[in-house]
Ligand binder design. Structure first.
Ligand code: FAD
Length: 391
């Protein structure tokens, strides 16, 4: 959607396919990072964007065993917004759609599922899609696979996936928030369990982290045992855990961390989760996907106005974005293997490692995780023009 918006904004004809009838899906990534908010600012849309309902998170903290530690402080970032914004992904996508549709070159086809690529002489020249009215073929100078971590486009194009592995899956649920609850967004780590609580104003978006593939075992122990495990980590929730009425209230995220060896083939480029599924650690998946979209528009927009970009021009996107992807995944995989695997693998009390305790005594150090999460590696900037401003 973001790439479609940026390209249409500079005069390129774009068709965006979305297989669902709407963007309404719960428990998707809802974090809009300060570097993404800077892009919204560069588009001149920040004030309007911040009028949409959202929560602003200025600090993150964690409870490791009995130690409560401040982990990240976003208030000193060199960005316009010194906070993470939580906004449901459908509101964010709706905002992008509303602005993209002001450009004549933008077309969004809902209920339209890409099912295959069209190949000619070794190049991809379009896609085949399923619609409620039958099959559709769309020819294009460039097909962009931005269809998420189970990308059909990357699979049909035969792009090789490098799986980096993840030791955990995540069970997501909602629990109501009460006026006297903490305002913090919180991670609790103890005795083989991890619970992350995201403050969504009227409710907590709760992520219960389990060892990879253990969801059926957790379910087989029963809902009462599950509620009990959550209450042990966050006793203040105990009186509301009946709100989790059955397993339908608990959504499973199968965590994957992977990336493509090659993001491009003649006529095709993959970006976002389709090029690199991210671990939920740091909640950076949306941010990286959007940075990819901005880099793609910057590098390929002018070329698309003139014709068909060559494969080496398409690979320029991977050259630009591979380092941020690899660096972020390296941090995530290190945390997964050194901390998460360790906590999930033991049934004894855990305590905070020494270096993390420094964050309590040296507030300035909290700016480092804030920078890694909030801005990340090699943030992009909007370099593409707006056809409306030329009129
Ligand atoms: C439960 C969960 C929680 C997450 N939490 C966070 C978070 O807090 N913060 C964060 O930054 N990231 C989070 N993520 C990751 C984040 O959602 C992704 O990294 C990000 O959305 C990637 O964007 P994308 O555009 O590449 O792919 P997606 O957001 O997956 O978008 C792909 C779109 O393509 C559509 N689609 C798929 N296949 C087809 C097809 N064949 N034809 C047409 N349309 C198709 C899908 O319906 C979808 O709308 C979370 C992910 C999950 C699953």
């Amino acid at each position: 959607m973001m790439l479609g918006f940026l390209l249409a904004r500079m005069g390129v004809d774009v068709v965006v396919l979305e297989k669902h009838a709407d963007f309404l899906r719960d428990f998707r990534g809802d974090t809009i990072h300060p570097s993404t908010l800077d892009l919204v600012y560069e588009l001149g849309l920040l004030d309007e964007f911040l009028k949409r309902p959202h929560q602003e998170i200025r600090e993150l903290s964690g409870q490791i065993g009995s130690d409560v530690l401040p982990l990240a402080d976003f208030t000193h970032l060199p960005t316009h917004c010194k906070f993470l914004a939580f906004m449901p992904q459908w509101d964010f996508l709706d905002f992008v759609k509303q602005h993209a549709q002001q450009y004549p070159g933008f077309r969004l086809l809902m209920n339209t599922e890409a099912i295959d690529v069209i190949e000619q002489n070794g190049a991809i020249v379009g896609v085949r899609a399923r619609t409620i009215d039958g099959e559709l073929q769309i020819r294009a100078a460039l097909v962009v696979g931005a269809d998420g971590r189970r990308s059909v486009i990357r699979e049909r194009a035969g792009l090789k996936v490098i799986d980096l592995g993840a030791p955990m899956d995540v069970m997501w649920m909602r629990v109501s928030r009460q006026a006297d609850d903490s305002t913090q967004t919180f991670g609790h780590f103890d005795r083989g369990r991890i619970l992350v609580l995201l403050n969504r104003d009227t409710y907590w978006q709760a992520a219960f982290v389990i060892p990879k593939g253990e969801a059926d075992r957790v379910r087989s122990r029963g809902l009462d045992a599950f509620r009990q495990e959550i209450a042990q980590l966050a006793p203040f929730l105990r009186n509301r855990l009946d709100e989790i009425r059955d397993w339908n209230d608990v959504n499973l995220l199968t965590v994957a961390v992977d990336r493509l060896a090659d993001w491009a083939r003649p006529g095709l480029l993959c970006i976002g989760d389709a090029a690199h599924a991210m671990s939920p650690i740091g909640g950076v998946g949306i941010n990286l996907a959007i940075q990819d979209a901005v880099a793609t528009a910057n590098l390929l927009g002018e070329k698309l106005l003139k014709g068909v970009p060559s494969v080496s021009e398409l690979r320029a996107v991977q050259r630009r974005r591979a380092f941020p992807t690899r660096a972020t995944q390296w941090v995530q995989v290190t945390i997964q293997n050194r901390i998460i695997r360790n906590v999930l693998g033991r049934d004894t009390p855990v305590s905070a490692p020494g270096p993390l305790k420094l964050l309590r005594h040296w507030p300035v150090l909290r700016r480092i995780p804030a920078r890694i999460i909030g801005v990340g590696v090699r943030p992009e900037h909007i370099r593409t023009p707006d056809i409306n401003s030329r009129r």
